[in-house]
Design a protein around this ligand. Structure first.
Ligand code: HEC
Length: 133
């Protein structure tokens, strides 16, 4: 009896850990919350005038090819998102792997009502070559 009890406590934890590793969307969500949400906010709404939104942002599909480089090396341009100009700097996260970048991009492109084309690992790899350092 005691044995059965301890199994039933551990089993959900194992399932939880396994699901974290095998579900790319959840992994993208976790990375987004840890590395992006403090600026772009939980629902991708941004901060008016300072941080551009990701939810319903034209930038995501207009600059699809650029996004892997933006995540890895940041962005210091003056950009326009949904007609509004942004000039603050975004720091990159150079430690992100190609898989992590792919998972984050698929998360932000398919959350909060966004329905943009998915990224394959190959897409990310090819796009990153343009900003290889
Ligand atoms: C320190 C705050 C900060 C963090 C952290 C941050 N960003 Fe940004 N992000 C910005 C700012 C500011 C801009 C506008 C940069 C510019 O004007 O050149 C921007 C621009 C962008 C853009 C292009 C514009 C748009 O809204 O579509 C994308 C995509 C983006 N960020 C995604 C991310 C993702 C994904 C992460 C996490 C890996 C992240 N950002 C982390 C502040 C941040």
């Amino acid at each position: 009896m005691r044995k059965k009890g301890s199994y039933s406590a551990i089993f959900p934890i194992i399932l939880f850990l396994a699901s974290c590793q095998t579900n790319p969307y959840r992994e993208g969500e976790r990375l987004y919350k840890n590395t992006c949400a403090n600026c772009h906010m939980d629902q991708g709404e941004g901060l008016r005038g300072l941080i551009p939104p990701l939810r319903n942002a034209d930038y995501l599909h207009l600059h699809r090819e650029k996004l892997p480089c933006v995540l890895k090396y940041g962005l210091t341009d003056t950009i326009s998102v949904n007609g509004q100009t942004y000039t603050e700097q975004m720091p990159g996260v150079p430690t992100l792997t190609e898989i992590q970048i792919t998972n984050i991009l698929n998360y932000i492109n398919n959350s909060w009502g966004n329905q943009n084309a998915p990224y394959s690992l190959e897409d990310t790899r090819r796009m990153l070559e343009k900003c290889a350092r």
